[in-house]
Ligand binder design. Structure first.
Ligand SMILES: Nc1nc2c(ncn2[C@@H]2O[C@H](COP(=O)(O)OP(=O)(O)OP(=O)(O)O)[C@@H](O)[C@H]2O)c(=O)[nH]1
Ligand code: SF4
Ligand code: SF4
Length: 307
């Protein structure tokens, strides 16, 4: 049975950042809201935390970063946590998937989400700082052949890539991936920032257009996100919309808890006051029962960000 927080939200997913570092340098990167610092969890420590989480009904785990594939022990991490998890996924920038996908699959990874904001090589370089789009596309196409589900994450930015949305929908349909269109999200205090003002592109009007065109619409349990099945020249595209800004429904259906790369439980992506250290107690010899209590404390701190 999953633990339920004070707002009636069961917690079933754990999102683990395994490193803050990345081999790209996207100009909009929020590094999952993590502070700087050197401490990183070992594969054994990650396994211990996942084991405790699974005892508490948290059976879906997503590995993120920074960029998770830059850890040289990524395969060991996956092998160690596989036994405790029913849905094991990875969110990656895809730069090394062309050579790592098979090993990841063999280690027990179920599925991957790969960032892809543009199909234009120059624009990709402008966004990420690196001219590696051909390698990423190679990795995506390889992943689609291997994994039961591959999602492409496109952060939609006004006047930068919003005009490519339909090309991306066609591309996703052609290769057999799901496209996730992600609306820019920032905490309240950054709503006046130049970045938000310059690039925010609201996805609500587009969702209305999708709703008219779709042959089917599904709603996910997580965040009650909608998935639209849209006919294209390449067959039916599956398009999921991640629209969290000011979205009370999204937060009311948040089933996630996070673990930062330096070993703190974190209850919400956008909060800064919600870190609970679990790695120090582990290193000081805490028992499983004590770690369960730390998890419960984090559960009780959870609250929806947009209410
Ligand atoms: N506000 C908010 N945004 C989230 C949350 N989880 C994911 N996101 C957004 O969704 C984007 C895509 O996240 P992914 O790491 O690909 O995972 P996901 O799509 O949430 O998860 P799955 O659908 O289970 O694969 C992130 O970059 C965030 O912008 C969350 O809990 N809160
Ligand atoms: S690939 Fe992801 S983690 Fe790396 S810089 Fe870009 S947004 Fe940040
Ligand atoms: S509560 Fe926080 S982590 Fe959950 S959906 Fe809302 S903003 Fe995201």
């Amino acid at each position: 049975m999953a633990l339920v927080d004070r707002y009636g939200r069961p917690v079933t997913n754990l999102r683990i950042s395994i490193t803050k570092d990345c081999n790209l340098n996207c100009f909009y990167c929020h590094r999952e809201g993590q502070m700087k610092g050197k401490r990183e969890m070992t594969p054994e420590e990650i396994e211990r935390i996942v084991k405790i989480a699974s005892r508490l009904g948290i059976k879906k785990v997503k590995l993120t970063g920074g960029e998770p594939t830059i850890r040289s022990d990524i395969i060991e991490i996956i092998k160690r946590i596989r036994p405790y998890v029913v849905d094991l996924s990875l969110t990656t920038n895809g730069t090394v998937m062309y050579r790592l996908a098979e090993e990841l699959k063999e280690a027990g990874l179920d599925r991957v989400n790969i960032s892809l904001d543009t199909l234009d090589r120059d624009k990709y370089k402008k966004i990420t700082g690196f001219d590696v789009l051909p390698w990423v596309l190679k990795g995506i196409e390889k992943s689609v052949k291997l994994f039961k589900l591959v999602k492409l994450n496109m952060v939609v930015m006004k006047d930068l890539n919003h005009m490519e949305i339909w090309d991306m929908i066609n591309y996703a349909a052609r290769i057999g991936a799901v496209l996730q269109l992600i609306e820019i999200e920032v905490p309240r205090e950054l709503m006046d920032s130049w970045f938000f003002k310059r690039y925010f592109y609201p996805l609500k009007p587009l969702e209305e257009e999708f709703a008219k065109k779709a042959v089917k619409i599904k709603e996910r349990r997580l965040h009650r996100r909608k998935k639209y099945f849209i006919p294209t020249e390449n067959g039916v595209a599956e398009v999921e919309v991640v629209r969290s800004m000011h979205n009370t429904v999204f937060c009311a259906n948040c089933t996630r808890i996070r673990l930062t790369a330096d070993g703190h439980l974190k209850t919400c992506l956008l909060r800064k006051d919600d870190l609970i250290d679990i790695l120090t107690p582990i290193r000081e010899g805490a028992s499983d029962e004590e770690l369960v209590e730390i998890f419960k404390k984090a559960m009780m701190m959870r609250k929806p960000y947009w209410i």
